[in-house]
Design a protein. Structure first.
Length: 325
């Protein structure tokens, strides 16, 4: 018994030294630049939002922020990169709806979003708009559905690419409405506009950053907001729920994720900093330039949201047979 006592006391002493050291490291956070990784193309919406957010994080996390784009593989290259980083709070991933959709579209995906990361906080969402040519004889979603049902397979819609939010969102709408409308895929949303305006396409889900300007022309019209709330840009346009298709709402969200091994204390520090930043009126103005709206969700709420979305996309993929490129 005496031998065991002599063995245990040194171990306890070492353990007591380690705990303050770990606590001290977390208290000192952050002590070096934080890298925010955009897993999609540079210069896009995520870049704009990440830079705007970092401008307002300094009061809570006084350190430089470095925004990096690591695009490719439908967002998987940057996502995989962050998943392999140390869980020390110095490498963040900006995830969006497409990351959750990838989990459903790509059964052999390398990084499981929820197993590899801790969702820290949602900080924004970006409503899409249901846009049709001005020449199309419909003014409501109900009228569009009636037209599509009267001509099965004759109408088409523009998609920004397989797996993009407009593609998946419109496929969800088709599934909910029970209509047959053919997808025409483009490389991004901007090339869709000329074909939509000319009437060669019957519809698209258009991001706010494009819809706000294009809808002011007489060549296209917005018939619904693909969101759960009205927006200040189109306050009189009904939401999909008001149009009778509340189950077909897909509003891209944006959230901060960190590697799973990140200590809870650091996760809380980042969550608190994002909460403070999102409350800034100046941030709302910056987000508006990219067609986004601030929306805070804490770690638990963001985790639930991502988990629910993954399950929803898996159900849609199973029902429709959508496949990634």
């Amino acid at each position: 018994m005496k031998f065991r006592t002599r063995l245990i006391w040194p171990l306890l002493a070492i353990s007591s030294l380690c705990v303050p050291a770990l606590s001290s490291a977390q208290d000192a956070y952050p002590s070096k630049p934080i890298h925010i990784i955009n897993p999609y193309a540079p210069g896009g919406v995520i870049d704009v939002l990440a830079r705007a957010l970092s401008d307002h994080l300094g009061a809570s996390l006084p350190t430089p922020f470095v925004i990096e784009s690591k695009s490719g593989g439908a967002g998987n290259i940057g996502t995989d990169y962050v998943a392999q980083m140390p869980g020390d709070g110095y490498t963040w991933l900006i995830a969006t709806t497409s990351n959750a959709a990838n989990m459903a579209l790509m059964p052999n995906i390398r990084t499981d979003l929820l197993n590899a990361f801790t969702p820290v906080a949602q900080f924004a969402y970006s409503p899409n708009y249901f846009v049709v040519p001005a020449s199309l004889p419909v003014s409501t979603v109900h009228e569009y559905v009636a037209l599509a049902k009267s001509k099965p397979g004759a109408l088409n819609y523009g998609s920004g690419g397989i797996g993009s939010t407009p593609h998946l969102g419109f496929e969800l709408f088709k599934h909910v409405a029970g209509i047959d409308v053919m997808a025409v895929h483009y490389k991004g949303a901007p090339p869709i506009i000329p074909d939509l305006a000319s009437g060669r396409l019957s519809a698209t889900y258009m991001p706010a950053s494009l819809a706000i300007g294009k809808a002011k022309s007489d060549r296209v019209k917005v018939i619904a907001t693909v969101s759960d709330v009205h927006t200040k840009d189109f306050p009189d346009v009904p939401t999909m729920a008001e149009a009778g298709y509340g189950k077909a709402v897909v509003a891209p969200w944006f959230a901060v994720l960190v590697p799973k091994s990140t200590p809870p204390a650091i996760v809380k520090r980042i969550e608190s900093a994002v909460r403070t930043a999102v409350a800034s009126p100046e941030l709302a103005q910056q987000f508006a330039s990219a067609g986004a709206v601030p929306r805070f969700g804490d770690s638990a709420a963001t985790t639930r949201m991502i988990s629910d979305e993954i399950q929803s996309w898996r159900a849609l993929v199973k029902a429709t047979g959508i496949k990634a490129e």
